[in-house]
Design a protein around this ligand. Structure first.
Ligand code: FE2
Length: 253
């Protein structure tokens, strides 16, 4: 049950946030040798490619056959750590860990050369997304992550928050977006439906390096006689894949 709003003090207008977006942040402490090894592997996986393929767009592994970094021995320990943080995020959101199963769908490297960007998008295939930064000093020079709200209800007049000449000054209630600066070892977790982009890498000397992860939530595997919660897909181990000829495999005993 949600906690009730605090009643305002008499006299003064008080504004309270009603429905905050849950951006999870954890500063991990990567071992420098592990980091160096991971960067080396990411560069080797990118190979000769430099972009996606538009020269202005960063190289992203998901579009280039590199989408299962979590199964790579050099990254598996890091992904186990990230998965633990994702579980903690779900716990803080109120999910019952015994009734939800969290799956890594995809995990891919993103490498941004100087000047490159990643356009605004979200991840409609997933439920929860994460980004882990292998470098960055917190200044945002290599390109911030920009996040947009699903809908800007507080601007009252649609479009006014980004309109030229306003009249609407940006405040915490009306800011059109929120930027997050990369920092080596920083992990972000956020709903996969949140629109985001990467602004241009303005550091001529630095390659911007991050890993993106998509998670899916399903019900935990149901015991015989039990059924999964209504709004969660059943656990994939209890699905039946239909074969190419349209037949169903034999039911398990
Ligand atoms: Fe993304």
């Amino acid at each position: 049950m949600a906690s009730p709003l605090t009643p305002p003090a008499p006299g003064a207008l008080q504004i309270q946030p009603l429905f905050p977006v849950a951006l999870g942040q954890v500063q991990l402490r990567p071992d420098p040798l592990d980091l160096a090894r991971q960067l080396q592997v990411m560069l080797a996986l990118r190979g000769e490619a430099q972009s996606n393929p538009d020269p202005g767009c960063a190289w992203t592994g998901d579009l280039n056959g590199v989408w299962q970094l979590h199964r790579h021995p050099v990254f598996a320990p890091l992904l186990a750590q990230i998965a633990g943080q994702a579980q903690a995020y779900l716990g803080q959101l109120g999910f019952d860990p015994a009734r939800v199963a969290l799956h890594i769908q995809r995990c891919w490297p993103v490498l941004g050369e100087p000047g490159q960007v990643v356009g605004r998008h979200h991840h409609p295939n997933a439920h929860l997304s994460a980004i882990y930064y292998l470098n960055g000093d917190g200044s945002g020079r290599t390109g911030v992550l920009r996040c947009w709200p699903l809908r800007q209800v507080n601007e009252l007049v649609p479009g006014l928050a980004v309109g030229h000449g306003g009249p609407l000054s940006p405040t915490a209630w009306t800011q059109p977006w929120q930027d997050v600066a990369p920092r080596a070892g920083l992990l972000l977790l956020f709903p996969a439906c949140l629109d985001h982009a990467v602004l241009a890498n303005e550091d001529e000397e630095e390659l911007r390096c991050s890993i993106a992860i998509d998670f899916a939530l399903t019900a935990a595997a149901a015991a015989p006689g039990d059924s999964p919660p209504e709004y969660l897909a059943p656990h994939p181990s209890q699905w039946s894949a239909i074969t190419e000829d349209g037949s169903l495999p034999a039911s398990p005993p």
